[in-house]
Design a binder for this molecule. Structure first.
Ligand code: FAD
Length: 366
């Protein structure tokens, strides 16, 4: 019988899995080598969406996950870490417009809400956008999308669950005996006996799997996020414009990103990561072009996050057949997925059959 579960990692996945395990009555110890939310979950765009996720099972998991966020926010008074403001998106070239048309057609055929707006309609939603930056029409609007503030969600999940928490003490060994994990060793020398272990180590999930003798292929990538100073600009949704992606980030700040800026992060000889200033300036200029009210805003901070991406791009969820009490909860899009996917994993840890939902995402496919 599973009584004591060790959860490795205190990002959105570790928080979601731990909270659900505790809710179901397990004795849970969650361990992190740093502080909670100190990994990718603290440096993410955290757009909740199922916008173009393939195959269909991945789309459905994402939709169920968006619903889980909405439900939690509905059930918890004051849960203002969740923002269902919708997402606006348009293309800047014929190729991008065509890709967007295909995406809208595909998600609509799945029953996912997507509408086409004219410029005037988009400006009614986001009145501070510069009309000259918008096309006349073909602006896609996905009303059920939004974003979360992962650090505040993590704080809520940990603060309301009955858990043992160990921070700043990394897992250095996973002990396996008789085809089962028996304990984990921490850097401090403390050994935690475990009936089950859940690997929620995000970009380091391959390392933790390796400690248990399992080979998890990962192809992580770095992402650069630019946070502005507070500005008196009205924004209340996610916007994907051709040159800049942005969303509000609290107290008047905006969070800016594009895929182009990700290449501007470089690892220095010291091991530190630096981001080319010209790329940051370009992104701010694109933000100001779209929202002229950002004119006086400055760059408050630049953060670099590492996307935890399993080798084939799909989530890795559930138990490892070789080691039936060792479980995975690892994916990109974890801001969207973790609440629901983490609950599925927790249910399986405690013996519930969640094969239907987890089958497409099992570690066994590697
Ligand atoms: C730039 C960027 C943009 C993104 N945009 C989106 C988006 O729009 N929508 C979306 O849904 N997702 C997005 N993501 C992905 C999403 O943020 C991640 O999937 C999610 O945060 C991963 O959470 P996690 O809990 O798995 O990992 P993490 O938050 O990294 O947590 C893992 C934890 O494990 C700990 N750990 C590692 N090794 C050990 C060890 N040996 N012992 C103990 N602890 C250990 C780490 O310290 C860390 O705290 C984005 C990511 C990036 C970088």
């Amino acid at each position: 019988m599973v009584e004591h579960v060790v959860v490795i990692g205190a990002g959105v996945y570790g928080a979601a899995v731990s909270a659900e395990l505790a809710r179901r009555g397990a004795h849970v110890t969650v361990v992190d080598g740093g502080p909670p939310a100190g990994g990718t979950s603290g440096a993410t765009f955290s757009w909740t969406n199922s916008c173009g996720k393939q195959p269909r099972a991945y789309h459905d998991l994402s939709v169920a996950s968006m619903e889980a966020h909405a439900k939690l926010a509905h059930d918890v008074p004051g849960s203002d870490w969740y923002h269902e403001g919708g997402n606006l998106e348009w293309g800047g070239s014929d190729g991008e417009c065509e890709r967007l048309r295909r995406k809208v057609a595909m998600v609509s055929s799945y029953g996912y809400e997507a509408r086409w707006l004219t410029r005037a309609e988009a400006l009614r939603l986001e009145p501070d956008m510069n009309p000259a930056q918008l096309p006349d029409d073909e602006i896609a609007y996905f009303p059920a999308e939004g974003w979360i503030e992962p650090t505040r969600l993590i704080a809520h999940l940990f603060s309301t669950a009955d858990l043992e928490r160990i921070w700043h003490d990394a897992v250095t060994e996973v002990d396996v005996s008789g085809g089962r994990v028996t304990s984990v060793l921490l850097a401090s020398g403390q050994r935690l006996a475990a009936d089950a272990v859940v690997n929620c180590a995000g970009p380091q999930a391959d390392h933790i799997a390796g400690l248990a003798g399992l080979d998890l292929p990962m192809r992580n990538t770095r992402g650069v996020l630019v946070y502005t100073s507070p500005a008196a600009v009205s924004t209340s949704r996610v916007v994907h414009a051709p040159q800049v992606h942005l969303r509000p980030d609290g107290a008047g700040r905006l969070l800016l990103h594009t895929h182009d800026i990700d290449g501007a992060a470089q690892v220095l000889d010291t091991g530190e990561i630096s981001v080319e200033q010209t790329a940051v300036d370009r992104l701010m200029a694109a933000g100001r072009a779209l929202y002229p009210g950002l004119g006086a805003a400055s760059v408050e901070s630049v953060r670099v996050g590492e996307r935890p991406i399993p080798g084939d791009g799909l989530p890795v969820l559930g138990r490892a057949p070789e080691l039936p009490n060792f479980h995975f909860a690892v994916s990109h899009s974890g801001a969207t997925l973790s609440l629901h996917a983490g609950a599925l994993v927790a249910a399986e840890v405690l013996g519930e059959d969640r094969t239907g939902e987890l089958a497409p995402f099992r570690f066994a496919r590697f």
